[in-house]
Design a protein around this ligand. Structure first.
Ligand SMILES: *[C@@H]1O[C@H](CO)[C@@H](O)[C@H](O)[C@H]1NC(C)=O
Length: 315
């Protein structure tokens, strides 16, 4: 209770990506385009997967869900960042800050479980092909998606449980373009060492362990593919390398930031651009450019949409 009395800060100031006006205008244009492309690209994937029957398989269900998460991940902070390029100072309320932390960890948690589910899916498809449809049945897919949300919610709540009651009384400048937990914790006016350790063990270590598990599982898949030299192997190889690229792009920056939360590196800001902006954009690019089924279905889907909109508009 004494803590809450001390807490006098009701808003934070975000430092943004740059303080130079010219640079901010360039960023404004650049990130507006990137954001629009991210939302449209992922939306197209979700709609294509939901509406094209030939993409109704476990891998695409998971991919559709991943695209939905990516779209949300790109939207929890980026629109505010884009609008903030015109604002000085870039203010965010205390509640807004907490909300951003919540969504980052919720969506990050869901994304991690989905990425692991996708690697499990590929493992079963490639290493146990005959039992694929019995193992990855509809119930299991639904279960994995549900599990990812449960894990995400628990993880986000655990991060917040310790943050919302922190006293903030001193400096309130967050050196980034959104409220990232390690940066906010540093501003509290109590010793946050224990909290930092908690954060390393719940965010950093979990991300690191999941990443190592994913590396192992994709290695197993790779070895299995190389042992057989059937016709499908090059396709399997390209699917898995696409998945693995996404995994690395997402985990690399997360691990870097959350395993060393006590020290701030200048590169942190650039890395957070990666996991909030570039990865969500790259997912659809990586999956669709390398996947003929998705490309064909997308073409069919868009021509169908265009045709039906023409019919609608004719008198
Ligand atoms: C997400 O996964 C569930 C369960 O497999 C599926 O029913 C749903 O259609 C998926 N959502 C998208 C957008 O693909």
């Amino acid at each position: 209770m004494a803590w809450n009395n001390q807490s006098v800060i009701t808003e934070f100031i975000l430092q943004g990506l740059s303080s130079s006006w010219e640079l901010q205008m360039v960023y404004f244009l650049f990130f507006s385009v990137v954001y629009a492309a991210t939302v449209l690209g992922n939306l197209l994937i979700v709609l294509t997967i939901v509406s094209e029957r030939r993409l109704h398989s476990p891998m695409y269900f998971l991919l559709g869900n991943l695209s939905f998460i990516d779209m949300s991940l790109a939207s929890f902070a980026t629109p505010k960042m884009i609008a903030d390029f015109f604002r000085e100072p870039k203010v965010i309320s205390f509640d807004g800050c907490i909300t951003q932390i919540f969504f980052l960890h919720l969506l990050g948690g869901v994304e991690i479980v989905l990425l692991i589910s996708m690697s499990f899916d590929r493992y079963v498809a490639i290493c146990k092909p005959l039992r694929y449809l019995t193992i990855m049945n509809r119930r299991v897919c639904l279960g994995l998606v549900t599990l990812s949300w449960i894990v995400g919610i628990f993880h986000a709540m655990s991060q917040l449980a310790f943050t919302v009651n922190l006293p903030f009384c001193g400096p309130n400048e967050v050196d980034s373009f959104f409220c990232d937990l390690p940066l906010v914790i540093k501003l509290a006016c109590v010793d946050t060492f224990i909290l930092g350790v908690f954060m390393i063990s719940t965010s950093g270590m979990i991300a690191l362990v999941c990443f190592i598990l994913l590396v192992i599982s994709y290695s197993v898949i790779l070895v299995t593919v190389r042992q057989r030299s059937s016709g499908g192997s090059s396709k399997a190889l390209s699917t898995c390398s696409a998945h693995f690229t996404v995994v690395t792009l997402f985990f690399g920056p997360c691990i870097f930031i959350y395993v060393w939360p006590f020290t701030n590196f200048p590169i942190d800001k650039v890395l957070s651009v990666f996991y909030t902006i570039f990865t969500p954009l790259l997912n659809p690019v990586i999956y669709t450019l390398r996947n003929k089924d998705v490309k064909d279905s997308m073409r069919k889907f868009s021509s169908r949409v265009l045709k039906s909109s023409k019919i609608d508009h004719s008198p």
